[in-house]
Design a protein around this ligand. Structure first.
Ligand SMILES: C[S@@+](CC[C@H](N)C(=O)[O-])C[C@H]1O[C@@H](n2cnc3c(N)ncnc32)[C@H](O)[C@@H]1O
Length: 242
């Protein structure tokens, strides 16, 4: 049975693409390929096995234990690039592997980043990001042009509904946003103005109806926009500092 078929029979929806990534990572070493497949069949995230994940046309290094960047975040990252002035600066909070930060750096920005998780900080650094261990804006003092954040925003009661790979392998630190999922979003919205230049942009990933729930918290900002993907699904908010 070929690799794609094995993956398909085990319920992996993107079997063909996954087979290609595994084959490339194994580099022709059959024993290595078997070991990688065995890990994947347990549900371990593909990126932890191959060591990389695609994001905004780049390949980002992702160490085991570090949140795997998702295509759903590309809407936020691309819009953040559009908000950068020439030679602009940015803060990426909750940076994980540094995927969003790297995208901004490739667009010419000077970026600093934070994460509570030491493994994530080390991984982001290995991707070339100037990353620091700390809570949200705690490591920073200088205002910037753009702030990005894919903060945890899953409501605590929904954590068990996350897909198998996520719930089994990834840490709740990446997902748990409190009772309605907005606890850390609210903190980021409240703290960001101190770190944004006037006219600077705050971009935060969120889901479903959270943008409505955050209207009151966003009153201190101008031009609040909801960003949707090509299917019309809500992916993020963008708010401009007055
Ligand atoms: C959903 S992941 C996003 C990672 C990355 N930005 C991406 O899109 O691939 C959230 C990250 O936030 C980190 N984190 C959670 N709470 C945090 C906090 N209060 N301050 C800084 N980082 C935090 C987690 O360790 C995790 O790496």
């Amino acid at each position: 049975m070929d690799l794609t078929e094995v993956l398909m029979r085990n319920g992996f929806v993107a079997a063909e693409e996954e087979a290609e990534e595994l084959l490339a990572a194994a580099g022709g070493d059959e024993a290595r390929l078997d070991a990688m497949l065995e890990r994947r069949l347990t549900g371990e995230p593909l990126a932890w096995i191959t060591g990389t994940a695609p994001f905004c046309g780049l390949w980002i290094k992702v160490d085991p234990g570090v949140y795997v960047p998702r295509w759903q975040t590309e809407v936020l990252a691309r819009r953040a690039v559009e908000r950068l002035p020439a030679g602009g600066t940015a803060i990426d909070v909750c940076t994980g592997s540094g995927a969003v930060a790297v995208t901004l750096m490739r667009a010419g920005a000077r970026v600093v980043a934070s994460d509570l998780d030491e493994r994530s900080v080390a991984c982001a650094r290995s991707n070339g990001v100037d990353a620091y261990a700390g809570d949200l804006f705690e490591p920073f003092s200088e205002p910037v042009d753009v702030i990005t954040g894919v903060v945890p925003y899953v409501p605590t009661p929904d954590l068990p509904l996350l897909q198998r790979d996520t719930f089994t392998f990834e840490t709740a630190l990446s997902y748990d946003g409190g009772d309605d999922g907005t606890a850390i979003l609210r903190r980021a919205i409240a703290e960001a103005p101190r770190f944004l230049r006037p006219g600077g942009a705050l971009l935060l990933e969120l889901g479903g109806r959270q943008a409505d729930a955050l209207q009151d918290a966003l009153e201190a900002y101008a031009d609040v926009n909801v960003l949707v993907d090509e299917d019309g699904d809500v992916r993020a908010i963008e708010a401009t500092r007055l």
